[in-house]
Design a protein. Sequence first.
Length: 175
Amino acid sequence: MLRQKWAITQGLRQTMRTLEVNRGPENLRSTVAHSRSSGDWDSDTSVVVEQFYVPQRLMGLAIGYHGANIRAAREIPGVISVRVRETSGLNWRNGTAGVDAVCDNEDAALIIVGAKNVEATKQARAKLEFVDLYLGVPQRYVAQLIGRRTANIPSAVDKSDVVSIHMDNETQLSF
């Protein structure tokens, strides 16, 4: 993010120099008065920020193949930034290695989405958020759920936003 800010400010400076050469310095002052410094973006109240956690084992799905999901979320109209903060890993402070945990679950990554409106943040979150959902099914309904030769499983995956379905035979629940 810092590199992006630096690149943006460099681009703004170059644009200002080009404007100064083309128009002259007296016309540039009105443009500079309405421009923002890089520090103003953090304190802007018109930006909606959405933060959520994704389990570390599902980060491959959230990021996508070569970052395809992150790029798709950034291309949503209204989205300003998408940042991923790893919450577990080595953090070198005072010469010692420690774990830098942002949340109670150290095996999760924090995704921060900044956008101009709530709808854009919700769309980006829908693209990037992946969760594990465990549902207990009574034994008498398992055969109906699976179907003949597991025919119902692919149709359930196709009809919903489910990435995959795993069956656990070891867990026995009494209903």
